[in-house]
Design a protein around this ligand. Structure first.
Ligand code: SF4
Length: 318
């Protein structure tokens, strides 16, 4: 029994709406509170018309403490734990989830023994690349036997189960699914953390999260630069092969800021950068889609839709 708690705004089962894994079924764990406000965004509360800026502020401002045990019970009752068998992701978001990162690490460890066993038949992409221990075929055993010893750097890399490298290697590429070697965490699903890139993740999360979706806030968010731009944190994420970067874009000036303040300054490969249209509602967002598509083509960045807004507009928790 665990008395440890996370302060949770909402939990739901849906599809990843943004970035490289868009469309993937996922259990969402939205944690309460954020260290930014992002009043420069255009979102207005649908009922009152009040300008809020951030489109999830109404949700992350509220939170309820859940013990780890209560969370697992809820996920079991909803059937969400079984979705991990077939490769559903676990997406930890906010607000800013790293505000509670020590508890997040504790919860991930607590989750492991409650997960159902996994069949071998799933593809690397479907099962989160390398998150589960599999028996080796005779051929694989032979390959393992003759593997040269790993250098310390390679050993460190082998603990990641990431589809990305600094060069932007993707799931399914040769060598992308390096088996994990730590029996304590190797039963976890594919874990994504959404973060605004202002808080350094701890050692445990830096090594165990499959994908960090880092979304630094540009000056158009109207956040004070000293709060929103943390070079030492950004450098940490740039050094993590499993981190990608995504930016909310209102106009070409924003794209130029991405290039000058992030891509060039930190030498981030364009393949690791996704641009998304700003807009808290479908109507607002649609006005910017065509412009953003052209900007992605012009500057060779990845385009990311915001699928949840296309499907559910302003609804949350769906
Ligand atoms: S960082 Fe994200 S969650 Fe926090 S206020 Fe800005 S948009 Fe909202």
């Amino acid at each position: 029994m665990s008395s440890e708690r996370l302060v949770v705004s909402e939990m739901f089962y849906s599809l990843q709406g943004e970035g490289p894994t868009v469309g993937r079924p996922a259990v969402f764990l939205r944690l309460a509170a954020c260290n930014l406000e992002c009043s420069g965004f255009s979102y207005r509360a649908p009922e009152t018309g009040e300008h809020l800026g951030c489109d999830t502020k109404l949700v992350w401002k509220k939170g309820k403490p859940y013990t780890f045990e209560q969370m697992i019970h809820e996920w079991q009752t909803q059937g969400w734990l079984n979705t991990f068998i077939h490769g559903a992701h676990l997406i930890i978001t906010g607000g800013e989830p790293l505000l509670q990162q020590e508890k997040v690490a504790g919860f991930l460890s607590y989750l492991v023994p409650h997960l159902p066993p996994h069949p071998r038949s799933l593809s690397p992409v479907g099962r989160g690349m390398t998150s589960f221990p599999l028996p080796l075929s005779p051929q694989e055993k032979e390959m393992t036997t003759f593997s040269p010893p790993l250098s310390p750097q390679e050993r460190e890399m082998a603990t990641f189960s990431s589809p990305f490298s600094p060069k932007g290697r993707r799931a399914g590429d040769e060598g992308a699914d390096t088996p994990p070697h730590d029996a304590k965490t190797n039963a976890l699903p594919y874990i994504e953390i959404e973060t605004n890139g202002t808080i350094l993740p701890n050692e445990f999360l830096s090594h165990r999260v499959n994908q960090f979706n880092v979304s630094p806030k540009l000056s158009s968010s109207l956040e004070p630069r000293e709060k929103a731009y943390r070079p030492e944190v950004l450098q940490h994420f740039v050094n993590l092969p499993q981190a990608i970067f995504k930016f909310v874009i209102q106009n070409e000036k924003d794209v130029k800021e991405v290039i000058e303040q992030y891509q060039k300054k930190f030498n981030i490969d364009n393949q690791r950068i996704w641009l998304m249209p700003e807009g808290g509602s479908l109507k607002d967002m649609q006005k910017k889609l065509a412009l953003l598509a052209e900007l992605c083509k012009q500057y060779q960045f990845n385009f990311s839709p915001r699928l949840h807004i296309h499907i559910w507009d302003e609804a949350t928790g769906v």
